[in-house]
Design a protein. Sequence first.
Length: 168
Amino acid sequence: MRVATPLGRLPWWAVILGNAAFWPVWTVVAGFVTQRAAASRFANDDAITRLRAFEGDGHWYRDRLDIHAWKDRLPEAGAAFGGFAKRSVRAGDIEHLETFVVETRRAEHAHWRMVSGVLVTCAWNPWWAMPVNMTVALGSNLPCIAVQRYNRARLRRLLNRSRLTYAR
């Protein structure tokens, strides 16, 4: 059976194979490209990474999503690309905490870039397969984005406390 796609009529198995091959490759490429970007690009919040009022300094994620109960179960791949290992926090080490904040922004951008791959899949998917691809893209990246935003809010609080202690 063939399905109508923007590339013409393709066998259904070719569409499935294209998606199955695309997503892992796109994820690795997006992570690699983002990891290679200069840290200065992530030194400050932008329209994407700026925390919103509803997030309540990270409390929304803890109260509504119970994020502290599951966040450590997600894979950590940042170090795989030669980046920053995010599993350890050194409280009081201001430079380390600042680097960690920058890396949460980098990781959030990487995950949004991964989500953007859904636009590429429009090339070979029939219109009715796009919700499936969007579900895959969002379902595999939104939890990671939430963790980055939650961690960044917590790190900012920790940084503020560390700076106050250091200033004394």
